[in-house]
Design a protein around this ligand. Structure first.
Ligand SMILES: Cc1cc2nc3c(=O)[nH]c(=O)nc-3n(C[C@H](O)[C@H](O)[C@H](O)COP(=O)(O)OP(=O)(O)OC[C@H]3O[C@@H](n4cnc5c(N)ncnc54)[C@H](O)[C@@H]3O)c2cc1C
Ligand SMILES: *[C@@H]1O[C@H](CO)[C@@H](O)[C@H](O)[C@H]1NC(C)=O
Ligand SMILES: *[C@@H]1O[C@H](CO)[C@@H](O)[C@H](O)[C@H]1NC(C)=O
Ligand SMILES: *[C@@H]1O[C@H](CO)[C@@H](O)[C@H](O)[C@H]1NC(C)=O
Ligand SMILES: CC(=O)N[C@H]1CO[C@H](CO)[C@@H](O)[C@@H]1O
Length: 528
């Protein structure tokens, strides 16, 4: 044990020689909003008003198909560059892959490991870019995202310095955008944080920081921000085909808009646009095939399943990372709304609009959960409270055979007919992908636009939010603490509007109504 102490001592001393990260780095671009020439609307238009705008506008500069993270990001990027922008989504915003992610804002420790081992500069730059975007997202939507410590249990002696060096490298690459410095835990400390961890052979643990966000709300916040700056956005509006016309000079067919179908009424209408961006995620190839009949698939879909189990299967406010599953991949266990999310799997799939998690995938994750828990804890199939499956829009690398080794990078391509396609990438980098896509689109279609303004641009709900906002909700509206915290973290500065809306009905607040003291209060009685 003295040997163990000595080694831990040495390991813990090394941070003195490397970068010292400031606790919470802030980006220096407060001026982003001041620079904007696009007015911000206080009222959000209704869906009906948005549909009218889509129909009545003679020609948009940019029309984005797909309201996931990538599409919403493109719309916000375009509209804040002063382009006349439209966005259509055939289901609800974030109904696709963007609400089925692991909910991490990460640079990818795993990719960094690959970058170092293979001396791959491109992978390294990808991690660096993602870490920059992670910091940006934590800044522009502080109500929807937060740094999350993640514990990496270590079961073999030699792994400790190895993982530690890797994680420190991760901190170093983040530079001043490192969230909080990583550190080593002794076995007893690790068990104090998480008593259910398997004790035998546990050597210690390493804790590092990444970001966690509410992916579905984040997606909506991006789309609503675009609407505030004047983009015409509509959900339940499907693109059924592309409109084309012959170009006078070249004689070639050019995409000049789309035929939309209002999924709710079934009505069809045309929307004209100088440039159409296909951000349909895993559906990219079907949209591209609508454009040119014979194209090779660039998207290789892979399904990822997550399960929700009770909160006691993960440490409080700390994630857990199993770096070596039985099939050599990483598995996360993350705290989420008082529960634990465990995932994910990775297997080739056929693209469907509503992927269903398979029983074998659920059992695979349960087996991994059992592997790291102490043997006196029994995890049962009945513990699984929910499960979902998301399809990764991975870009195919023709040289690669299994989907795990495909680098999560993205590609922007422009077809002969002018259709711009953005495919691949990850949630964390939606903003930089959007910037790159719009740069390409503006170039190809000779649009007059300003430069990208989305770095540091606060998203819907970020204004007026403070970490203690929920206390005012408790004080002003008599909400229970949990309800107030939920409203504050979901709606940010707009939580007051939500609370006010409930007030008007004079009915019992559905969740708060549970009980306040002994008297179930109506909203009016809380007020007076
Ligand atoms: C299991 C899993 C875990 C992940 N975890 C993470 C993570 O922790 N961190 C991270 O950074 N990234 C993660 N990712 C990656 C990330 O989730 C995706 O890269 C990202 O969400 C893709 O967004 P998208 O907008 O391209 O696709 P989508 O979200 O799928 O959006 C495409 C949209 O287009 C719409 N659409 C399709 N056809 C039409 C049409 N004809 N007309 C109108 N609309 C149409 C669809 O309805 C859909 O809403 C994960 C992915 C998976 C699968
Ligand atoms: C999405 O559609 C629903 C149903 O029509 C509508 O109530 C909602 O306002 C729409 N969302 C946005 C952001 O427009
Ligand atoms: C979270 O779960 C614990 C028990 O697991 C419970 O006591 C607590 O009330 C829950 N909190 C919320 C906000 O649901
Ligand atoms: C995809 O569909 C094809 C044809 O229906 C089928 O042969 C194949 O097994 C499916 N692939 C997967 C991964 O489900
Ligand atoms: C306009 C267009 O091509 N829409 C297609 C987008 O992809 C989906 C998914 O395959 C198709 O159903 C749409 O027809």
């Amino acid at each position: 044990s003295s040997c163990r102490k000595a080694l831990l001592g040495i390991i813990n001393m090394i941070p003195l020689f490397v970068w010292i990260c400031p606790a919470q780095a802030r980006l220096a671009h407060v001026a982003a909003e001041a620079e904007l020439k696009v007015p911000y609307a206080d009222e959000l238009p209704s869906r009906q008003a948005q549909l009218s705008a889509l129909r009545d506008t003679a020609e948009f500069d940019v029309l984005v198909v797909g309201g996931g993270a990538t599409g919403a990001g493109c719309a916000l990027d375009a509209v804040t560059r002063n382009l006349k922008t439209a966005l259509v989504e055939r289901s609800d915003f974030s109904s696709g892959t963007s609400s089925r992610s692991t909910k991490l804002l990460h640079g990818g420790v795993r990719y960094l490991q690959k970058a170092i081992m293979k001396l791959d500069y491109e992978q390294y730059m990808m991690v660096k870019e993602a870490l920059h975007e992670r910091a940006n997202l934590l800044e522009i939507a502080p109500h929807l995202s937060a740094p999350l410590p993640i514990m990496l249990p270590v079961y073999k002696w030699w792994q400790l310095p190895y993982y530690w060096a890797g994680i420190k490298m991760y901190d170093l690459v983040a530079g001043i955008q490192c969230l909080k410095s990583s550190y080593v835990l002794t076995k007893s400390k690790a068990l104090e944080y998480f008593p259910m961890l398997k004790k035998d052979k546990l050597v210690g643990a390493i804790v590092y920081y990444d970001g966690q966000h509410n992916d579905a709300r984040m997606n909506l916040a991006i789309a609503l921000s675009a609407a505030r700056y004047g983009a015409a956005i509509a959900n339940y509006t499907e693109v059924v085909h592309l409109l084309k016309r012959k170009d006078q000079q070249s004689g070639k067919e050019k995409v000049c808009g789309v035929r939309c179908r209002d999924v709710i009424t079934g009505q069809e209408f045309d929307v004209k646009a100088k440039c159409v961006i296909n951000a349909t995620g895993p559906f990219t190839d079907s949209l591209r095939k609508m454009d040119e009949q014979e194209v090779a698939n660039i998207c290789q879909p892979s399904a990822g399943v997550h399960i929700v189990i009770p909160g006691y299967y993960s440490p409080d406010n700390m994630g857990l990372l199993d770096p070596a599953t039985s099939d050599g991949r990483v598995i996360f266990f993350l705290p989420w709304e008082n529960m634990t999310i465990a995932g994910t799997t990775d297997s080739p799939t056929n693209v469907t609009a509503h992927p269903i998690p398979g029983e074998d995938d659920i059992n695979f994750i349960l087996t991994e959960v059992r592997n790291y828990l102490s043997s006196d804890v029994e995890v049962r199939r009945g513990d699984v409270l929910a499960a979902w499956s998301g399809i990764r829009p991975l870009v195919t690398d023709p040289n690669s055979k299994d989907t795990q080794s495909i680098c999560r990078n993205h590609i922007v391509s422009i077809s002969e007919s002018g259709l711009v396609t953005i495919a691949g990438g990850k949630w964390t980098t939606y903003r930089s992908m959007a910037e790159e896509t719009l740069d390409a689109a503006i170039g190809a279609h000779s649009l007059t636009a300003e430069s990208c303004r989305t770095v540091g641009l606060m998203l819907e709900g970020a204004k007026g939010w403070t970490p203690t906002l929920y206390i005012r909700l408790v004080q002003d509206y008599g909400l229970e603490k949990e309800v107030a915290q939920h409203l504050a973290s979901t709606y940010g500065g707009r939580a007051f509007d939500v609370a006010k809306m409930a007030q008007v009905t004079g009915q019992r607040w559905p969740i708060v109504g549970k009980r306040l003291g002994w008297v179930p209060l109506t909203f009016e009685s809380i007020r007076y």
